[in-house]
Design a protein around this ligand. Sequence first.
Ligand SMILES: O=c1ccn([C@H]2C[C@H](O)[C@@H](CO)O2)c(=O)[nH]1
Ligand SMILES: [Zn+2]
Length: 296
Amino acid sequence: MQDRFVARITQVPEILATPLIPLLGASFSGHISKAELENLIADSGMEKNELLLALLPIAAALANPPISDFYVGAIAIGRSGDLYMGANMELAGEALGQAVHAEQNAISHAWLKGEAGIEDIIVNASPCGHCRQFINELVQGSDIRIHLPGQATAPLAHYLPYAFGPKDLNITAPLLTPQSIELALETDDPLLIEALDQANQSYAPYSSNHAAVAIETHDGQVFVGRYAENAAFNPSMMPLQMALGCLMRHNLGFDAIERVVLLESSAGKISLANASVAALCAVTQVQLEHVVAEPC
Ligand SMILES: O=c1ccn([C@H]2C[C@H](O)[C@@H](CO)O2)c(=O)[nH]1
Ligand SMILES: [Zn+2]
Protein backbone atom coordinates (compact mmCIF):
# COMPACT_ATOMS: atom_id res chain seq x y z
CA MET A 1 0.00 0.00 0.00
CA GLN A 2 1.27 3.51 -0.83
CA ASP A 3 2.35 5.70 2.13
CA ARG A 4 -0.36 8.29 1.44
CA PHE A 5 -3.07 5.72 2.23
CA VAL A 6 -1.62 4.39 5.50
CA ALA A 7 -3.30 6.92 7.81
CA ARG A 8 -6.49 7.12 5.70
CA ILE A 9 -7.19 3.40 5.62
CA THR A 10 -7.98 3.55 9.36
CA GLN A 11 -11.03 5.68 8.41
CA VAL A 12 -12.34 2.88 6.15
CA PRO A 13 -14.48 0.16 7.82
CA GLU A 14 -12.37 -2.96 8.32
CA ILE A 15 -14.74 -5.14 6.26
CA LEU A 16 -13.93 -2.91 3.28
CA ALA A 17 -10.29 -2.15 4.11
CA THR A 18 -9.36 -5.84 3.96
CA PRO A 19 -10.35 -6.39 0.29
CA LEU A 20 -9.36 -2.80 -0.67
CA ILE A 21 -5.73 -2.82 0.51
CA PRO A 22 -4.51 -5.16 -2.29
CA LEU A 23 -5.75 -2.58 -4.86
CA LEU A 24 -3.75 0.27 -3.28
CA GLY A 25 -0.33 -0.86 -4.49
CA ALA A 26 2.35 1.26 -6.19
CA SER A 27 0.46 1.64 -9.47
CA PHE A 28 -2.89 2.76 -7.95
CA SER A 29 -3.93 6.16 -9.32
CA GLY A 30 -7.59 6.39 -8.33
CA HIS A 31 -9.22 4.13 -10.93
CA ILE A 32 -11.38 1.19 -9.76
CA SER A 33 -12.97 -0.88 -12.52
CA LYS A 34 -16.59 -2.02 -12.42
CA ALA A 35 -15.41 -5.62 -11.87
CA GLU A 36 -13.16 -4.55 -8.97
CA LEU A 37 -16.07 -2.61 -7.47
CA GLU A 38 -18.33 -5.65 -7.73
CA ASN A 39 -15.69 -7.73 -5.94
CA LEU A 40 -15.41 -5.09 -3.19
CA ILE A 41 -19.20 -5.19 -2.74
CA ALA A 42 -19.21 -9.00 -2.60
CA ASP A 43 -16.16 -9.28 -0.30
CA SER A 44 -17.24 -6.56 2.14
CA GLY A 45 -20.95 -7.36 2.14
CA MET A 46 -21.58 -3.59 2.13
CA GLU A 47 -24.44 -1.96 0.25
CA LYS A 48 -23.12 -0.15 -2.87
CA ASN A 49 -23.97 3.44 -1.90
CA GLU A 50 -22.61 2.94 1.60
CA LEU A 51 -19.42 1.48 0.13
CA LEU A 52 -18.94 4.42 -2.25
CA LEU A 53 -19.08 6.89 0.64
CA ALA A 54 -16.68 4.67 2.60
CA LEU A 55 -14.12 4.96 -0.23
CA LEU A 56 -13.92 8.77 0.10
CA PRO A 57 -11.00 8.84 2.58
CA ILE A 58 -8.93 7.08 -0.11
CA ALA A 59 -9.94 9.67 -2.74
CA ALA A 60 -9.10 12.49 -0.31
CA ALA A 61 -5.66 10.98 0.25
CA LEU A 62 -4.84 11.88 -3.38
CA ALA A 63 -5.11 15.61 -2.59
CA ASN A 64 -2.34 18.21 -2.60
CA PRO A 65 -3.67 21.22 -0.64
CA PRO A 66 -0.59 23.15 0.62
CA ILE A 67 -2.64 26.35 1.13
CA SER A 68 -5.83 25.19 2.86
CA ASP A 69 -4.68 21.82 4.26
CA PHE A 70 -8.32 20.86 3.52
CA TYR A 71 -8.51 17.43 1.84
CA VAL A 72 -11.44 16.98 -0.54
CA GLY A 73 -12.03 13.61 -2.22
CA ALA A 74 -14.50 12.92 -5.02
CA ILE A 75 -15.48 9.87 -7.07
CA ALA A 76 -17.12 10.02 -10.50
CA ILE A 77 -18.86 6.90 -11.80
CA GLY A 78 -18.75 6.67 -15.57
CA ARG A 79 -21.37 5.12 -17.84
CA SER A 80 -19.13 2.05 -18.02
CA GLY A 81 -19.58 1.56 -14.27
CA ASP A 82 -15.90 2.28 -13.53
CA LEU A 83 -14.95 4.59 -10.63
CA TYR A 84 -12.63 7.58 -11.08
CA MET A 85 -11.25 9.33 -8.03
CA GLY A 86 -10.12 12.94 -7.88
CA ALA A 87 -8.95 15.31 -5.18
CA ASN A 88 -8.25 18.99 -4.80
CA MET A 89 -4.94 20.42 -5.97
CA GLU A 90 -3.65 23.83 -4.90
CA LEU A 91 -0.62 25.54 -6.43
CA ALA A 92 1.48 27.01 -3.61
CA GLY A 93 2.26 30.69 -4.16
CA GLU A 94 -0.15 31.12 -7.10
CA ALA A 95 -3.58 32.78 -7.35
CA LEU A 96 -6.32 30.72 -5.68
CA GLY A 97 -8.18 30.64 -9.00
CA GLN A 98 -5.46 28.31 -10.35
CA ALA A 99 -6.52 25.54 -7.91
CA VAL A 100 -8.50 22.53 -9.05
CA HIS A 101 -11.45 21.15 -7.10
CA ALA A 102 -11.79 17.46 -6.30
CA GLU A 103 -14.95 17.14 -8.39
CA GLN A 104 -13.21 18.62 -11.46
CA ASN A 105 -10.26 16.27 -11.03
CA ALA A 106 -12.56 13.24 -10.75
CA ILE A 107 -14.61 14.28 -13.80
CA SER A 108 -11.53 14.99 -15.91
CA HIS A 109 -10.08 11.63 -14.82
CA ALA A 110 -13.19 9.90 -16.25
CA TRP A 111 -13.07 12.01 -19.44
CA LEU A 112 -9.39 11.26 -20.11
CA LYS A 113 -10.13 7.53 -19.69
CA GLY A 114 -12.78 7.75 -22.44
CA GLU A 115 -16.06 8.05 -20.54
CA ALA A 116 -18.81 9.79 -22.56
CA GLY A 117 -21.13 10.22 -19.58
CA ILE A 118 -21.13 10.32 -15.78
CA GLU A 119 -23.92 8.81 -13.70
CA ASP A 120 -22.92 9.59 -10.11
CA ILE A 121 -20.59 11.89 -8.19
CA ILE A 122 -19.68 11.14 -4.58
CA VAL A 123 -17.94 13.84 -2.49
CA ASN A 124 -16.85 14.15 1.13
CA ALA A 125 -17.87 17.85 1.37
CA SER A 126 -20.78 19.70 -0.15
CA PRO A 127 -19.83 20.70 -3.71
CA CYS A 128 -19.30 24.45 -4.01
CA GLY A 129 -21.25 26.58 -6.49
CA HIS A 130 -18.36 26.49 -8.96
CA CYS A 131 -18.39 22.67 -8.98
CA ARG A 132 -22.17 22.53 -9.33
CA GLN A 133 -21.75 24.80 -12.36
CA PHE A 134 -18.96 22.60 -13.76
CA ILE A 135 -21.07 19.45 -13.33
CA ASN A 136 -24.01 21.19 -15.01
CA GLU A 137 -21.89 21.49 -18.17
CA LEU A 138 -21.68 17.69 -18.55
CA VAL A 139 -23.83 15.44 -20.74
CA GLN A 140 -27.19 15.11 -18.92
CA GLY A 141 -25.54 17.07 -16.12
CA SER A 142 -28.75 17.97 -14.29
CA ASP A 143 -29.54 14.24 -13.87
CA ILE A 144 -26.18 13.26 -12.36
CA ARG A 145 -26.79 11.81 -8.89
CA ILE A 146 -24.91 13.59 -6.09
CA HIS A 147 -24.00 11.50 -3.04
CA LEU A 148 -22.90 13.30 0.14
CA PRO A 149 -22.30 11.94 3.63
CA GLY A 150 -25.48 12.27 5.70
CA GLN A 151 -27.67 13.43 2.78
CA ALA A 152 -30.19 11.57 0.68
CA THR A 153 -28.88 11.07 -2.86
CA ALA A 154 -30.35 13.70 -5.21
CA PRO A 155 -29.79 14.81 -8.80
CA LEU A 156 -27.69 17.89 -9.52
CA ALA A 157 -30.91 19.77 -10.39
CA HIS A 158 -31.74 19.64 -6.67
CA TYR A 159 -28.43 21.34 -5.81
CA LEU A 160 -28.47 23.77 -8.74
CA PRO A 161 -32.05 24.84 -9.41
CA TYR A 162 -32.82 27.31 -12.21
CA ALA A 163 -29.37 26.63 -13.67
CA PHE A 164 -27.44 28.65 -16.23
CA GLY A 165 -25.74 26.38 -18.75
CA PRO A 166 -24.59 25.63 -22.31
CA LYS A 167 -28.10 25.96 -23.74
CA ASP A 168 -28.15 29.65 -22.72
CA LEU A 169 -25.28 30.14 -25.18
CA ASN A 170 -26.90 27.91 -27.82
CA ILE A 171 -24.47 25.05 -27.25
CA THR A 172 -26.23 21.70 -27.67
CA ALA A 173 -23.29 19.26 -27.27
CA PRO A 174 -22.19 19.36 -23.61
CA LEU A 175 -18.83 18.34 -22.12
CA LEU A 176 -18.05 14.59 -22.46
CA THR A 177 -19.65 14.52 -25.92
CA PRO A 178 -16.86 12.94 -28.01
CA GLN A 179 -15.04 15.66 -29.95
CA SER A 180 -13.21 15.23 -33.23
CA ILE A 181 -11.46 18.49 -33.97
CA GLU A 182 -9.00 18.55 -36.85
CA LEU A 183 -5.91 20.52 -35.92
CA ALA A 184 -2.80 19.69 -37.91
CA LEU A 185 0.91 20.04 -37.15
CA GLU A 186 4.03 18.86 -38.99
CA THR A 187 6.09 17.12 -36.32
CA ASP A 188 7.73 13.84 -35.39
CA ASP A 189 8.12 14.78 -31.71
CA PRO A 190 6.06 12.16 -29.80
CA LEU A 191 5.13 14.65 -27.07
CA LEU A 192 3.74 17.10 -29.63
CA ILE A 193 1.89 14.30 -31.41
CA GLU A 194 0.28 13.33 -28.09
CA ALA A 195 -0.63 16.97 -27.34
CA LEU A 196 -2.17 17.31 -30.82
CA ASP A 197 -4.24 14.15 -30.37
CA GLN A 198 -5.51 15.42 -27.01
CA ALA A 199 -6.25 18.94 -28.33
CA ASN A 200 -8.38 17.29 -31.01
CA GLN A 201 -10.52 15.83 -28.19
CA SER A 202 -10.68 19.07 -26.17
CA TYR A 203 -13.89 20.97 -25.45
CA ALA A 204 -13.83 24.65 -26.37
CA PRO A 205 -17.23 25.66 -27.79
CA TYR A 206 -17.01 29.21 -26.42
CA SER A 207 -13.53 30.34 -27.49
CA SER A 208 -12.69 27.76 -30.21
CA ASN A 209 -9.30 27.52 -28.51
CA HIS A 210 -8.94 23.75 -28.76
CA ALA A 211 -5.95 23.03 -26.58
CA ALA A 212 -4.08 20.39 -24.60
CA VAL A 213 -1.01 19.95 -22.43
CA ALA A 214 1.37 17.01 -22.49
CA ILE A 215 3.88 16.54 -19.67
CA GLU A 216 6.87 14.22 -19.89
CA THR A 217 8.52 13.07 -16.68
CA HIS A 218 12.23 12.33 -16.16
CA ASP A 219 11.51 8.61 -16.43
CA GLY A 220 9.70 9.02 -19.77
CA GLN A 221 6.07 8.78 -18.67
CA VAL A 222 3.56 11.09 -20.38
CA PHE A 223 0.56 12.74 -18.68
CA VAL A 224 -1.99 14.80 -20.56
CA GLY A 225 -4.73 17.33 -19.98
CA ARG A 226 -7.37 18.69 -22.35
CA TYR A 227 -9.01 22.09 -22.16
CA ALA A 228 -12.61 21.84 -20.81
CA GLU A 229 -14.61 25.04 -21.12
CA ASN A 230 -17.68 26.00 -19.12
CA ALA A 231 -20.62 28.15 -20.19
CA ALA A 232 -20.01 30.40 -17.16
CA PHE A 233 -16.37 30.74 -18.37
CA ASN A 234 -14.63 30.98 -14.96
CA PRO A 235 -15.18 27.34 -13.90
CA SER A 236 -13.43 26.17 -17.11
CA MET A 237 -10.64 23.67 -16.45
CA MET A 238 -7.26 24.42 -17.92
CA PRO A 239 -5.31 21.66 -19.64
CA LEU A 240 -2.15 22.26 -17.58
CA GLN A 241 -4.07 21.80 -14.33
CA MET A 242 -5.74 18.68 -15.73
CA ALA A 243 -2.34 17.18 -16.56
CA LEU A 244 -0.87 18.17 -13.17
CA GLY A 245 -3.88 16.44 -11.58
CA CYS A 246 -2.86 13.23 -13.39
CA LEU A 247 0.66 13.51 -11.97
CA MET A 248 -0.82 13.98 -8.50
CA ARG A 249 -3.09 10.91 -8.81
CA HIS A 250 -0.06 8.89 -9.88
CA ASN A 251 1.73 9.93 -6.68
CA LEU A 252 4.38 11.91 -8.54
CA GLY A 253 5.75 15.22 -7.28
CA PHE A 254 6.09 18.21 -9.58
CA ASP A 255 9.88 17.65 -9.44
CA ALA A 256 9.28 14.67 -11.76
CA ILE A 257 8.56 17.07 -14.68
CA GLU A 258 11.03 17.10 -17.59
CA ARG A 259 9.04 18.81 -20.40
CA VAL A 260 5.68 20.57 -20.68
CA VAL A 261 4.00 21.35 -24.00
CA LEU A 262 0.90 23.53 -24.43
CA LEU A 263 -0.61 23.08 -27.89
CA GLU A 264 -3.46 25.31 -28.96
CA SER A 265 -5.41 26.23 -32.05
CA SER A 266 -4.53 29.24 -34.18
CA ALA A 267 -8.29 29.79 -34.54
CA GLY A 268 -8.96 30.45 -30.84
CA LYS A 269 -10.36 33.77 -29.62
CA ILE A 270 -8.11 33.43 -26.55
CA SER A 271 -4.79 31.89 -25.53
CA LEU A 272 -4.03 29.94 -22.36
CA ALA A 273 -0.28 30.60 -22.65
CA ASN A 274 0.07 33.40 -20.08
CA ALA A 275 -2.16 31.74 -17.49
CA SER A 276 -0.35 28.44 -18.00
CA VAL A 277 3.10 30.02 -17.60
CA ALA A 278 1.93 31.54 -14.30
CA ALA A 279 0.65 28.20 -13.03
CA LEU A 280 3.69 26.28 -14.23
CA CYS A 281 6.12 28.71 -12.51
CA ALA A 282 4.47 27.78 -9.22
CA VAL A 283 5.47 24.13 -9.55
CA THR A 284 8.68 23.90 -11.61
CA GLN A 285 11.45 25.86 -13.31
CA VAL A 286 10.84 23.92 -16.53
CA GLN A 287 9.82 26.36 -19.28
CA LEU A 288 6.52 25.97 -21.09
CA GLU A 289 6.87 24.94 -24.75
CA HIS A 290 4.05 26.72 -26.60
CA VAL A 291 2.95 25.35 -29.98
CA VAL A 292 0.17 26.63 -32.22
CA ALA A 293 -1.56 24.27 -34.66
CA GLU A 294 -3.70 25.16 -37.67
CA PRO A 295 -7.21 23.88 -38.25
CA CYS A 296 -7.27 21.59 -41.31
O1 LIG B 1 -16.52 21.90 -3.92
C1 LIG B 1 -15.38 22.01 -3.43
C2 LIG B 1 -15.06 23.02 -2.52
C3 LIG B 1 -13.73 23.20 -2.19
N1 LIG B 1 -12.78 22.35 -2.68
C4 LIG B 1 -11.36 22.57 -2.38
C5 LIG B 1 -10.77 23.77 -3.11
C6 LIG B 1 -9.65 24.17 -2.21
O2 LIG B 1 -8.52 23.37 -2.52
C7 LIG B 1 -10.14 23.78 -0.81
C8 LIG B 1 -10.68 24.94 -0.02
O3 LIG B 1 -11.71 25.57 -0.69
O4 LIG B 1 -11.18 22.83 -1.00
C9 LIG B 1 -13.11 21.32 -3.52
O5 LIG B 1 -12.24 20.55 -3.96
N2 LIG B 1 -14.40 21.17 -3.86
ZN1 LIG C 1 -15.91 23.10 -5.87
